[in-house]
Design a protein around this ligand. Structure first.
Ligand code: SAM
Length: 291
């Protein structure tokens, strides 16, 4: 079994397959032997689980997952990798490779087809350039996933895990907290990867909620409000919401007052409940305007 955390083994594998790592696909492979076991351990993966891995690369984390899970479905976009993976993962019969862009895969159908009767988790060292779109897809589609344990850029990890109504919170923190309970598990230094990225990384875990943290009147309108509130970070919520939603500032101020919120409140001071109430009040103010 090739040692995939050994750099000379990786170089030899890449050379034999005429494979050059792609920066564009965010290819930084884990070479610190302690990291993959730590991720899989933290995810609590065992025989009861079917695991979706996003971006197996040459299979270092895939192997670790396959040793513990019932089944692993690894989704990879780089069409050059199956040749390498069929060599590095040859000994496993519980790994299936899906060669597609993860943002285009029908995940609902994939889970129903591949993981019937299994608990489902996501575990991955994500391609950092699409961290938010991947997490938002996994959460918004309300998939039957128990938890998501992923390596991301440390800065992104802090933003994703920031509690609403704290200074670090941004639109993504509100979306993540709506669908899940996030936690930053541990940081990982650049030297743990080949090639080393310029940034520090962190492993985060999102425990997916069975029900969203709050129940807005209209989920679509609620998220439009969240996006608008955070569209211009240095402005007050009233200004951002007014320009983001294309409604008058007077209407937003009336809604803020109705919701019991200050006219100068900053978006990052709002809780999920505040935003829920505010969305409802904006809808009522709009209806009142039409009368
Ligand atoms: N899991 C490996 C590891 O930890 O060493 C590789 C992780 S590397 C950071 C990210 C992986 O995601 C690469 O294999 C890359 O080709 C793949 N990838 C990039 N964009 C993708 C996409 N849109 N869909 C699926 N996989 C993608």
């Amino acid at each position: 079994m090739p040692n995939l955390t050994d750099i000379s083994t990786i170089r030899d594998l890449c050379q034999r397959h005429n494979f050059a790592l792609s920066k564009g696909f965010g290819q930084n492979f884990i070479v610190n032997p302690g990291i993959c076991p730590k991720i899989v351990e933290a995810a609590g993966i065992n025989e009861e689980f079917g695991v979706i891995e996003i971006g197996p690369g040459i299979g270092v984390l895939t192997k670790e997952l396959a040793q513990r899970a019932k089944k692993v479905v690894a989704i990879e976009v780089d069409q050059r990798l199956p040749a390498l993976l069929s060599e590095t993962l040859a000994e496993f019969d519980n790994i299936e490779l899906v060669m597609q862009d993860v943002l285009k895969v029908d995940l609902q159908a994939l889970i129903a087809e591949k993981f019937a009767g299994l608990r489902v988790a996501v575990c991955a060292n994500l391609p950092y350039y699409i961290t938010s779109p991947i997490l938002m897809r996994l959460l918004e589609e309300k998939l039957p996933i128990e938890h998501i344990t992923v390596m991301v850029q440390k800065e992104a990890a802090s933003r994703i895990c920031a509690a609403p109504a704290t200074r670090e919170a941004g639109a993504i923190s509100y979306a993540v907290a709506y669908y899940s309970q996030p936690q930053l598990l541990f940081t990982v230094q650049p030297g743990s990867f080949f090639p080393p990225p310029k940034v520090t990384s962190a492993v985060i875990q999102l425990q997916v909620r069975k029900e969203p943290a709050v129940q807005p009147r209209d989920e679509k309108a609620y998220f439009a409000l969240v996006r608008a509130a955070f569209s211009q970070r240095r402005k007050t919520a009233a200004n951002s919401i007014s320009s983001g939603l294309g409604i008058s500032k007077d209407l937003v101020l009336a809604a803020l007052q109705q919701a019991g919120l200050s006219p100068t409140v900053r978006p990052e001071q709002l809780t999920l409940e505040d935003l829920c109430r505010l969305e409802q009040c904006i809808a009522q103010q709009k209806a009142g305007d039409k009368e």
